[in-house]
Design a protein around this ligand. Structure first.
Ligand SMILES: Cc1ncc(COP(=O)(O)O)c(C=O)c1O
Length: 390
């Protein structure tokens, strides 16, 4: 019996596979999948418990509870300068940004439409394209600054281009797209009437003087953008599965339909707690930023004296490393060999660079560390890294 020809051509997530590998090596430190190992904020947990006790336990309105959609509209007007967003017209609450992305793609793509993706990319975007019938076209981000070539991007746009996927701040590179880069993308989107799908889940995790800009804040992008976000990273709640997509009323009407038939709705009591989370003041985000700035610097300092050469991220909580020298010394053939070697030799789990590229060869000398971890976890990792100082 034939099963789906589409699912046949992609594998399960390598990132999540590395967490399963971590479980096979007791005592190892999992710096692979991006989830915090510290407690989620107490007041948000209390808000969820209160909602459950108040019996907000049945389906919410399928496209999201009123309180959460109001909180999202307030927050994006305040932080992202997205003034057009109305709770009833422009928001679909989903099961995480993962569902927001696939629902949005299903809502806009026709078979053989092209979607531009910056590479290296968060690995979900490949299967998202395949599942929605789109043909992905990749544009390289060049290390160490992770800049792209404006001409290369321009020639990749054509009449078949339906969307471009942006992720800023970016996983895995930590790149934060600049205003100049975004403006260039805005002009291309408008010239070719295509949609910028922007995954902004790391919007509050920024270092040094980097600033987050939402492409939907350019007034001319109201009808040509889908902004995707969730509570996973900003509030350390990756297991709650609450996210959203923001778009024009016309696009939102289609996303709502896909979402309704895919999942019906996100968890109702957790939506109430998410509404509370979104009402937190600036102080919360300043603390989050300071915490991650220290974590980034700690991991960077531990890696910089090794042959796993770190590239400093401007945002998000990952660090890509170039490991060519190290791999030569140990005769390691590819990034999966390297990741397995690091688990066995050091007891540190990372994500092989190849999983972020369409052609695995392009990432064969890279591995990604994540640092959304307690200080003591990063301290223990630093001590292990001392063993491989060059
Ligand atoms: C860029 C990016 N988008 C989406 C996700 C998944 O987000 P969510 O938990 O909201 O589904 C991740 C998780 O690591 C990510 O790095």
């Amino acid at each position: 019996m034939d099963l789906s020809k589409i699912t046949e051509i992609f594998t399960e997530s390598v990132i999540r596979e590395m967490t399963r590998i971590a479980h096979q090596y007791p005592g190892c430190i999992n710096l692979a999948q991006g989830f915090p190992d510290f407690p989620a904020p107490e007041p948000i947990k209390d808000a969820a418990i209160k909602a459950i006790k108040e019996d907000i336990n049945q389906y919410s309105i399928t496209w999201g509870s009123e309180s959460l959609r109001n909180a999202i509209a307030d927050k994006v007007a305040r932080y992202n300068k997205m003034d057009f967003v109305e709770a009833d017209k422009n928001i679909t609450v989903t099961c995480g940004s993962t569902e927001a992305m696939i629902s949005s793609m299903k809502a806009i793509i026709n078979p053989k439409d092209e979607v531009i993706i910056f590479e290296p990319f968060y690995e979900n975007y490949g299967p998202d394209c395949l599942l929605s019938g789109a043909i992905p076209r990749y544009i390289k981000l060049y290390s160490p600054e992770w800049t792209f070539d404006f001409d290369e991007l321009e020639v990749s746009f054509n009449e078949k281009t339906k969307a471009i996927i942006l992720n800023t701040p970016n996983n895995p590179t930590g790149k934060v797209f600049t205003e100049k880069e975004l403006k260039f993308i805005v002009d291309l989107c408008l010239n070719y009437d295509c949609i910028a799908m922007t995954d902004e889940i790391y919007e509050h995790i920024l270092y040094d003087d980097h600033k987050h800009i939402s492409i939907a804040s350019f007034p001319e992008m109201e009808n040509n953008s889908i902004t995707i976000n969730s509570i996973s990273k900003s509030y350390s709640l990756t297991g709650w599965r609450v996210g959203w997509a923001i778009a024009s009323e016309r696009i939102t009407a289609e996303i709502k339909k896909v979402h309704d038939f895919l999942t019906v709705g996100a968890p109702a009591p957790l939506q109430e707690a998410a509404a509370f989370a979104l009402s937190l003041g600036d102080e919360y985000y300043t603390r989050l930023r300071d915490f991650y700035q220290k974590a980034r610097d700690k991991l960077y300092n531990a890696l910089k004296n090794t042959d796993l050469q770190p590239i400093k991220p401007g945002g998000a909580y990952y660090m890509m490393t170039n490991c060519e020298e190290y791999m030569k010394n140990y005769e390691l053939k590819n990034s999966m060999d390297l990741a397995i070697h690091l688990v066995k030799r050091l007891g540190i789990v990372t994500v092989p660079g190849s999983s972020f590229y369409a052609n695995p060869e392009d990432g064969q000398f890279q591995t990604r560390f994540c640092f959304c971890k307690k200080d003591e976890t990063l301290q223990a990792a630093s001590q292990k890294l001392v063993k491989i100082r060059s």
